[in-house]
Write a protein that binds this ligand. Sequence first.
Ligand code: FE2
Length: 284
Amino acid sequence: MSEMIMVTPLSLALGAEISNVDLSQTLNSQTWQTIKKAFDDYSVLIFKDQHITVEDQKRFAEYFGDLFIHDHLLPLTLEGHPECMLLHNDDKTPPGLNHWHTDNSGWKNPPLGTMLYAKITPRIGGDTLFSSMYKAYDALSKPMQDFIKPLKAVHDVKKAFGAEYGNLKKSLKKYRIDCDSHFHGYESMLHPMVRTHPETKKLALYISEPYITGIEGLSLAESKMLLTFLYNHIQTQEFIYRHRWQTNDLVIWDNRCTQHYATADYFPFERLMHRMNICGEVPA
Ligand SMILES: [Fe+2]
């Protein structure tokens, strides 16, 4: 008889390891319900030692929702699988993405989750840090919570893929992706700085430094002061789980209540991830 699925928390803030699940197989409803509940409870789930194909990864990701296709990243996807993006760095392509963020917040409906499957991991480095935006919000004083709750931030794709984050722009250029022309017509989005998670109903801080250009109704100086404080605040160690990758790890995180930071410290080692995004709702 197969062993019972197990959920083991990895920090007090967020993150849990799920064991005794084989993601190369379809899940029975009890197993899926346990995973779904753990996703809501812990925001980041780790499945170790999974031997899965891209089809298996897609099937598992689709339990969470429809898969998100990034038009601007098609040259970086696995042939025949536009939902599967290859994150690949080695001695010729150094890693360069190292900012705290929540994925694609410059879109109207940012993806609810992101899933990475580790195909090749560096001998040292390349950890991903996750910070709980529930914890970040809860740790603010009541007057500060009341001040930011009605505020909306301006998220602009053109900032994240522009000159300020030149590494990203430069690395996409290698794949003949011209960010300036691709995002030319994209309008900035107003998203609440505090959002209610649609499943847990808990409040989470929702900010994303690479995308945010300001806060609606505040002067530039006021926006900068508040955002600088919040960008530092989300890096509080007590909100964080740091994942040290091993080959065949599969990790899924909830972009609605977490931020992550991909440590770009492993050059010249090779790292290859298969990344999928799950469609999300408009932040509210
Ligand atoms: Fe990301």
